[in-house]
Design a protein around this ligand. Structure first.
Ligand code: FUB
Length: 319
């Protein structure tokens, strides 16, 4: 047994050395974080810096489901080098939650940073959405509401207990904030100015093969609603001239990762360039659907506003 352990340690060292050499030879920048598994990227730009929020995938190599007990935050001023900050938020920071740091999204408003998260609720069956707040993009964050913003019993369009996940928030030009979220059904609702209460009924958006991970961004006059499509997931998108639709489906934006069932995207413009941030399972030798890694590639628009298909690369961002 001792000899076997020794052999697997040596093999591990050799593989790591080969990976480092490959990275040096081929200028490999994806995944962008290699000392931890990271998932469900959500990025914002603040003060000429990109802040990237992720879940921390910690499933053991032989465990085939999510084990995510904390969220992480990184920052970059060039999209190539990423600085790690102290762990800013855990499900345990929400007293009413019982775990599972699933997908999240941060938005800045009036000098505060609001972090909308998916967690399992402690007393209401199913997944739920909470919101934390901080004066700084790197935290510390604290529960802003003291209870869930969305619980599974508030939405009735499907019987599954995980349809209230993957929040994303967009503040429109008139100051009205919208929360989009969902699995199987894409939901949205207005938020009050305080960013921690709904302001009206919950609506749904009809999108072909919607799985999860809705994400809203705007470029010029167009609103874009990208989302995880089918399962294993590709990323598809729809466009509209209004945040509340009607949305016109425009097709696939990113192909299936192949090494991960999920692909969860975030889209930003930074210093005049557009970026598509996503995860796959590409860290050898145990990367996969439950040990995911965040990657970044460029996003390009056509003159009519439609999006060019993303090309996922190992090189990632080079300049
Ligand atoms: O990380 C757990 C779940 O996997 C997320 O909430 C989904 O978006 C998918 O990426």
């Amino acid at each position: 047994m001792k000899r076997l352990n020794f052999a697997s340690t040596v093999l591990g060292v050799v593989l790591t050395t080969l990976q480092v050499q490959a990275q040096q030879i081929d200028n490999i920048n994806n995944p962008i974080i290699t000392d931890k598994y990271t998932a469900d990227p959500a990025a914002i730009v603040h003060d000429n810096t990109v802040y990237l929020y992720t879940g921390h995938d910690e499933a053991p190599n032989d465990f085939n489901f999510y084990k995510i007990d904390e969220w992480l935050v990184y920052s970059s001023t060039d999209m190539i080098t990423w600085k790690s900050h102290p762990v800013p938020l855990k499900p345990a920071d929400f007293k009413w939650a019982k775990g599972d740091a699933w997908a999240s999204e941060v938005i800045e408003r009036n000098g505060k940073f609001y972090w909308y998260v998916t967690v399992s609720h402690g007393s209401i069956h199913g997944k739920s959405i909470g919101v934390a707040v901080s004066d700084s993009p790197t935290g510390p964050f604290k529960d802003a509401l003291g209870k869930a913003l969305i619980t599974n019993d508030m939405t009735k369009h499907t019987d599954i207990s995980w349809d209230d996940i993957d929040p994303t928030v967009y503040v429109d030009h008139d100051g009205q904030a919208y929360l989009y979220w969902g699995n199987t059904v894409c939901h949205y609702a207005k938020l009050k100015d305080n960013m921690i209460e709904l302001d009206g009924p919950i609506h749904t958006v009809d999108l072909p093969n919607f799985t999860e991970a809705p994400y809203i961004h705007k470029k010029g006059d167009w609103y874009y609603l990208s989302y995880a499509y089918q399962f294993p997931e590709k990323i598809a998108y729809a466009m509209s001239k209004s945040i509340t639709g009607p949305w016109e489906y425009k097709g696939i934006l990113n192909e299936v990762a192949g090494n991960s069932n999920t692909n969860h995207q975030s889209i930003i413009e930074f210093k005049g360039k557009d970026y598509f941030i996503y995860h796959n399972g590409s860290i050898p030798t145990h990367g996969g659907s439950f040990r995911r890694s965040v990657c970044v590639d460029r996003l390009y628009y056509n003159p009519d506003g439609t999006l060019k298909r993303v090309i996922m690369t190992s090189e990632g961002i080079q300049d």
